[in-house]
Design a protein around this ligand. Structure first.
Ligand SMILES: C[S@@+](CC[C@H](N)C(=O)[O-])C[C@H]1O[C@@H](n2cnc3c(N)ncnc32)[C@H](O)[C@@H]1O
Length: 306
């Protein structure tokens, strides 16, 4: 994993469209996501695996909880990235038939390295076209922090429905409501304020389909693809505490928006984030402690019990 502070400001067709006030198309989105992940593979898990909820679960564990421990099920991790969720599932239950799909080869390379000799099938594919997966073949589709990046999203949901067995379940971890986590909005606004100085429309236009970010709009989207299923959305908060500079770096490293910035602007953000996230009174930055909290949602789509 690279040191996130050493990244250069990032260029992609998506950013270029925003700079010219043009709404980027779906191929520009794919190009942008691939560029960010190519240069920073593994960045999601750096933050997501260190942030924990009140009872100590990180968001991968919160999602993995919905996979029964004692059954031989077929499980697909959609947009598996570097594979942390698949690793948790593999370590827990060797009877699972695990598959992971992602469109970014650099992320998949990390997943392959961590799951070497595990028998987990890792496939490079777009979530909009799961050509490698048969109809009605998967008991559980999981998707950790990726659904909100996908546009168009309707074909993704249609593909999830196609590959699931009739009793199958779809479980996704997505962004939660900003107001649920104390201080999260301030962190978000600070990072976006710097990005908007360079690219004013960043934020008005963001990654993915905006409907995936709201509870009601997400639920409506999902109900269209799964009209006869039960849809539940729960909210939770995960937090990270530690030396404030480290916490600020990890927090900034979680925001896609921060990757478009030049290294010197990033440094400035870390300094200002550190002030925002400080929770102790020590006099030096090295001694000071910080806390970062993130709101998350867990979407569960399952058949109604008859
Ligand atoms: C924020 S990362 C999450 C990775 C992993 N699930 C995790 O939480 O550690 C988003 C991932 O989604 C993948 N992704 C985004 N859009 C995709 C699409 N349309 N098809 C396949 N993968 C996609 C990216 O390549 C990236 O690995």
């Amino acid at each position: 994993m690279k040191d996130l502070n050493n990244q250069k400001g990032l260029n992609s067709i998506w950013i270029d469209s925003l700079a010219r006030n043009i709404h980027p198309d779906s191929s520009a989105l794919v190009d942008h996501l691939k560029t960010v992940h190519q240069e920073n593979a593994g960045f999601t898990e750096l933050c997501a695996s260190s942030c924990r909820d009140e009872i100590g679960r990180n968001s991968y564990e919160w999602l993995a909880e919905l996979v029964p421990n004692n059954e031989s099920l077929s499980v697909l991790d959609l947009a598996c990235g570097s594979g942390p969720l698949l690793k948790i599932l593999f370590d827990r239950n060797k009877n699972l038939n695990l598959k992971g799909i992602d469109m970014c080869p650099e992320e998949l390379a990390l997943a392959k390295a961590r799951l070497i000799n595990s028998g987990v099938n890792l496939i490079e594919s777009s979530a909009q076209n799961l050509i490698a997966i048969n109809d009605n073949s998967i008991d559980i589709v999981l998707c950790h922090w990726a659904l909100t990046l996908m546009d168009p999203i309707a074909p993704v949901l249609d593909e999830v429905r196609r590959v699931l067995t009739p009793k199958g379940r779809f479980v996704a971890l997505v962004d939660g409501p900003m107001s649920a986590a104390p201080g999260y909005k301030e962190v978000h606004d600070l990072i976006y304020s710097y990005v908007q100085k360079e690219i004013p429309s960043y934020g008005k236009i963001d990654l993915g389909d905006p409907r995936a970010r709201g509870s009601e709009s997400l639920s409506n989207l999902v109900k269209k693809a799964f009209p006869e299923s039960k849809v539940t959305i729960e909210t939770n908060v995960v937090s990270l505490e530690g030396p404030v500079i480290k916490v600020a770096e990890i927090a900034a490293g979680f925001f896609y928006a921060a990757f478009v910035l030049k290294p010197e602007t990033r440094k400035l953000i870390i300094t200002n984030l550190s002030k925002l996230l400080t929770i102790s009174k020590e006099s030096t930055d090295i001694e000071r402690q910080g806390r970062f909290s993130m709101p998350i949602r867990r979407l569960l789509v399952e058949p109604h019990i008859k």
